[in-house]
Design a protein around this ligand. Structure first.
Ligand code: NDP
Length: 333
């Protein structure tokens, strides 16, 4: 597969170019809004073509797929243009600034018969897949609650638009809560219905929230508690799933790397849970390519991206108003 990158981003540089190449793909072009950054990015990353016009990637018939990792405000228009040009799209989360825009992207890809996926990397993680399988197997009985711990310290090189510009998608809720919403949906196989939440500025945010805590109700009655932050250097990430017959404790698993430990606790005692430690982003690209080949689904579909965005936006609205929100998925047929 020949790929076009839309966005000369950190995530492309750190993980996605390697993942595309590891799956046999070729990164053919990078589109940046700034000529100099695009030139620098293409030189350092060994990408043959760069430019500021989307046409560089979209008008090239040898490019079959694009990876969109621009700031969040740009995803919608760029994805629609790519779909219009007949490209399969792997788009970063959050898919868009509104649920309606995100749905429009999914609908356009459906109408064009193209694969449109969301890069929710945690769905591709061996640890998360193992936890999901344990829950589905019934080992912990009926699931009572899920606690998500995702309070981290935002690295200095990412302390730009994320902490000071809501207009391009800044704030911990669109950045991290959106991942946690997808994790809850993935592990539990159901969609949050209502949310209550609070958010705060705890030392890093400038005009946007840098911390959030929320509680979600699920159709089954399972309770979900979620904590995200940019300001916690030593908290560590993880999740716990508690059921009537057992509990799963997963430490260090809300990460971009295949790391962390999982422990199952039941009436029989405590036992470590092994899991495959593959590269999350390579797995995500592999699943995306399989979907294009007609052999399966992407790790996270476009609809998954819409739903996670709907939850995140409901959390922000609940925190802003102090009022419980019903998640608006803007369901489509
Ligand atoms: P970056 O800030 O690194 O990149 C976003 C855009 O900002 C780039 O496309 C680029 O614009 C511009 N930019 C990059 N570097 C600079 C700079 N030095 N000065 C000015 N502008 C710059 O963001 P991330 O890579 O962290 O995030 C990009 C997207 O990916 C977001 O939507 C984010 O939510 C998502 N993401 C997903 C992750 C995942 O694991 N799924 C992890 C991290 C991010 P241009 O392209 O126009 O040059």
């Amino acid at each position: 597969m020949r790929w076009g990158l839309i966005g000369a981003s950190t995530i492309a540089e750190q993980f996605m170019i390697e993942a595309i190449r590891a799956t046999g793909g070729e990164v053919a072009a990078v589109v940046s809004t700034t000529e100099a950054r695009g030139a620098d990015f293409s030189r350092t990353q060994g990408i043959p073509a760069h430019g500021t016009a989307l046409a560089l990637a979209l008008d090239d018939p040898t490019i079959g797929a694009v990876y969109i990792s621009s700031t969040n405000d740009k995803h919608h228009a760029q994805a629609l243009a790519a779909i219009q040009a007949g490209k399969h799209v792997l788009c970063e989360k959050p898919l868009a600034m509104t649920v309606e825009d995100a749905f429009a992207m999914v609908r356009a890809a459906d109408a064009a018969g193209l694969i449109f996926a969301t890069n929710h990397h945690l769905r591709a993680s061996g640890s998360h897949r193992a936890i999901r399988d344990l829950i589905a197997s019934g080992r912990i009985g009926r699931v009572l609650s899920l606690r998500l711990f995702h309070a981290v310290h935002l690295p200095a090189n990412l302390q730009g638009w994320r902490i000071n510009d809501a207009s391009v998608g800044g704030g911990v809720i669109p950045d991290v809560t959106v991942h946690d919403a997808d994790v809850a949906r993935f592990l539990l196989g159901e969609d949050p219905v209502t949310v209550v939440a609070q958010m705060s500025v705890s030392g890093m945010g400038q005009g946007v929230e840098d911390s959030a805590m929320s509680v979600w109700t699920m159709p089954s009655g399972t309770m979900v508690m979620s904590h995200e932050s940019f300001t916690h250097p030593f908290a560590g990430s993880g999740l716990e799933v508690h059921g009537t017959e057992g509990s799963i404790f997963a430490r260090g698993v809300m990460t971009q790397l295949p790391v962390g430990e999982i422990e199952l606790v039941t009436g029989q005692g405590r036992a470590p849970v092994p899991y495959p430690q593959h590269n999350l982003y390579v797995q995500g690209v592999t699943d995306f390519l399989s979907a294009i080949a007609g052999k399966g689904q992407p790790a996270a579909s476009g609809r998954d991206g819409v739903a996670s965005l709907a939850v995140a936006l409901a959390v922000r609205e609940a925190a802003r108003t102090g009022i419980r929100q019903t998640v608006d998925y803007v369901r489509i047929a």
